[in-house]
Design a binder for this molecule. Structure first.
Ligand code: SF4
Ligand code: MG
Length: 323
């Protein structure tokens, strides 16, 4: 059984305008997104900025109120929980943010930052919490001497380790990591990714790992989903997606990933045009103005997110048997 099941998730934000700040429209940031993640699995969620991947993560966490849809997590319907029940569930559901500096209180010592979730959830007495803070620092590759320092005294990579330790403190089942390595140097990125994979083993964690780049999630993911303009356009087991992408947008993203072997030359697909504004998405397939394979049907009819076999889902008329 899936640990988390996201069904037809939708999130809109109002657009305000004029001197009175009236609502003049809305942006559909997440549009009918469905996926599930099995216990112990890592689902990579990839797309350009503004595609709705962060909003998907934050809406699941109920940092944003959902517009429509349902999320079932460990058998509980998250959007129906009352404040107190939600607080309980939050223990099992944690988030790691892109910018650890912005998400760590600059006036708090690391010990306070790591202890806070334990206090909030009533876990352990003062002595036990102190032990736990020490242990948390150890498991993320830091030590006790770091406990009495402040966030600004650490490098970006260390701050992200602290962010991960904080997320781990309540012993969650699922961690939603929103571009956890995007702000870090490439050499530090792989250290943090390796740490996250180690911790996944040790603590039997399930990850939703959000990134804007297919190369970042390649190693860590079991399956990968690709988002475009608020919609999930492709979802497949990792190797399948990288070897046999079906959606033209995924093909274009993959063609931009550098290959280590210079003989394995591939043609870079340059997409024409920018990502359209999400407050006025194109009709039919939202990707059609940029798609090298666009057909008449693509301008009219939105493709179904359909199973192409073997757990490989794609929303594209090229592969849509029922269209
Ligand atoms: Fe391209 Fe049409 Fe497929 Fe959209 S549905 S990705 S426009 S071929
Ligand atoms: Mg983002």
């Amino acid at each position: 059984m899936a640990l988390i099941d996201v069904r037809n998730l939708k999130k809109t934000f109002p657009i305000h305008g004029g001197v009175l700040g009236r609502k003049v429209g809305e942006v559909v940031a997440v549009d009918d997104v469905s996926f599930s993640v099995e216990p112990g699995e890592t689902l990579g969620l990839v797309g350009e900025s503004g595609c709705g991947k962060s909003t998907t993560g934050r809406t699941i966490m109920r940092l944003y109120e959902p517009t429509a849809g349902e999320v079932e997590f460990a058998g509980k319907k998250l959007f129906q929980l009352k404040a107190e029940e939600l607080r309980q569930v939050r223990r099992d559901l944690q988030m790691v943010f892109q910018d650890p500096f912005a998400s760590l209180n600059p006036r708090q010592k690391i010990s306070t930052i790591l202890e806070e979730p334990l206090i909030v959830h009533g876990l352990g007495d003062a002595q036990e919490r102190k032990e736990q803070v020490r242990e948390l620092l150890h498991v993320v590759g830091m030590n006790e001497s770091h406990a009495s320092r402040y966030p600004h005294q650490f490098s970006g990579g260390q701050r992200q380790r602290i962010g991960i330790a904080r997320a781990l403190s309540t012993r969650p089942k699922l961690i939603i990591a929103d571009e956890p390595v995007s702000a870090l140097d490439v050499s530090i990125q792989s250290q943090v990714l390796n740490l996250m994979m180690d911790l996944q083993e040790q603590f039997e964690l399930t990850y939703i790992f959000i990134a804007h780049d297919l190369s970042v999630v390649k190693h860590i993911s079991d399956r990968v989903g690709v988002m475009y303009l608020g919609r999930l356009v492709e979802l497949a087991p990792r190797d399948e997606l990288y070897k046999k992408p079906l959606h033209p947008y995924t093909e274009a993203l993959l063609s931009a990933v550098p290959v280590p072997d210079p003989d394995a030359k591939k043609e870079r697909i340059i997409l024409s045009g920018d990502v359209p504004s999400p407050d006025n998405p194109p009709q039919g397939c939202a990707f059609h103005p940029r798609c090298p394979h666009v057909m008449d049907v693509c301008r009219e009819t939105r493709p179904i997110f359909d199973d192409a076999g073997g757990g490989h889902f794609v929303a594209c008329h090229l592969h849509n048997a029922k269209a």
